[in-house]
Design a protein around this ligand. Structure first.
Ligand SMILES: [Zn+2]
Length: 367
């Protein structure tokens, strides 16, 4: 097959040309995760002719992935993501090499993997992996392209500690709220697409290195998918950064697999039938004062986030509720982090409870 023909629409660009195309062909990129970010990034990188692409992901395709993970179709459900991704990318562009690793990135396998690629793309959905990528990228002197998505918002940056700040200069530690971790929160697929494709564009800029390109090195590009606004912030290098301020070769890599708790959500009807449960309202004081479920206890989320945990109730199930059922899920995960065994979240929150009361009263009157 004729490469010139395949790539002619980009070779014709003065920023790329034959020389840039040759650089893309010689480049190697490791993509961590073949999910919402990895799918669009990988498709565009393969199409652009990146010579060698590695994909690491231990997961299988699930129906709930298809809303944003555009590499996969319903025929892939239950199959290995890396295997299906490899097939798709090679059918798009058989002129490239696609290597796959069906395992979880960890402190042991990261050195060999990072050493064999020029550039890393972060398609992970949890802080633990992002910190590991960051620390290893500094240790082994690799630039990496960070991406994150949540709801309608997204962020992209390039970190290269040899010439700027690192991810820990921006986020020194894992946020306590646990939000945006483990794909627990929702995301609109199109935003995952924009962010993943932006990561691919950044990779192309870094590899081709034309003088007109200004990649996001040490800068945070933020997309607000509600207002359709973007902004770019400079990330200052932290002189006391826990990682990049130390001698790079002495960095120790730690990784504990992210804990993704499943919190059962139960309906107001189910809660009213539970005999052995303690109900805890995690809303703030004003909301509690304005009305709450009779017999429930009050323990606001703000306290739990500050690691002040409510009393344990031996042998009782804990049902958390808030106004609509979002904060109670967050509180439930924090309680699980602190070893509370049986924690439930009231689906729909206090509003669902009021509705249930109203409809049961209505039924009584009608009877
Ligand atoms: Zn740093």
């Amino acid at each position: 097959m004729n490469s010139k023909q395949r790539y002619k629409r980009q070779i014709s660009l003065p920023e790329i040309g034959e020389e840039g195309q040759e650089k893309l062909k010689k480049a190697s990129i490791l993509c961590v995760g073949a999910g919402g970010l990895g799918s669009p990034a990988l498709l565009y990188l393969a199409a652009a002719g990146i010579g060698r692409i590695g994909i690491i992901d231990f997961d299988c395709v699930d129906l709930s992935n298809l809303q944003r993970q555009v590499l996969f179709t319903i025929n892939d459900i239950g199959k290995s993501k890396t295997e299906q991704a490899q097939q798709k990318l090679l059918s798009l562009n058989p002129q490239i090499i696609v290597e796959r690793y069906s395992e979880q990135l960890n402190a042991q396998n990261i050195e060999t993997l990072f050493q064999s690629y020029d550039l890393i793309i972060d398609g992970s959905d949890n802080f633990e992996t992002k910190f590991l990528i960051n620390d290893a990228a500094i240790k082994y002197n690799k630039p990496w392209i960070y991406g994150a998505i949540q709801g309608f918002d997204g962020q992209v940056s390039i970190f290269d500690a040899s010439q700027g700040p690192c991810y820990r200069c921006l986020y020194p530690e894992k946020p306590k709220t646990r939000i945006a971790n483990c794909a627990e929160t929702g995301v609109i697929g199109a935003v995952a697409g924009i962010i993943g494709v932006t990561q691919a564009l950044q990779a192309i800029q870094m590899i081709v290195g034309h003088k007109s390109f200004v990649p996001l090195l040490g800068k945070l590009w933020i997309l607000d998918g509600h207002m359709m606004e973007t902004k770019t912030l400079n990330i200052p290098k932290n002189p006391n950064c826990p990682t990049c301020a130390q001698e790079h070769k002495n960095i120790t890599l730690n990784f504990s697999s992210p804990v993704c708790y499943f919190i059962p959500e139960i309906s107001a009807e189910q809660v009213s039938m539970m005999k052995n449960a303690v109900l805890i309202d995690v809303r703030e004081q004003e909301e509690w004062d304005a009305g709450h479920i009779e017999g429930s206890l009050h323990y606001p989320l703000s306290k739990i986030e500050n690691e002040n945990m409510p009393a344990r109730h031996q042998d009782k199930d804990i049902v958390l509720y808030c106004q609509r059922g979002v904060r109670s899920l967050q509180a439930a995960r924090l309680l699980k982090d602190h070893g509370f065994p049986d924690v439930y979240s009231l689906s729909g929150g206090y509003e669902a409870w009021i509705k249930k009361d109203q409809s049961s009263r209505k039924n009584e009157t009608e009877a």
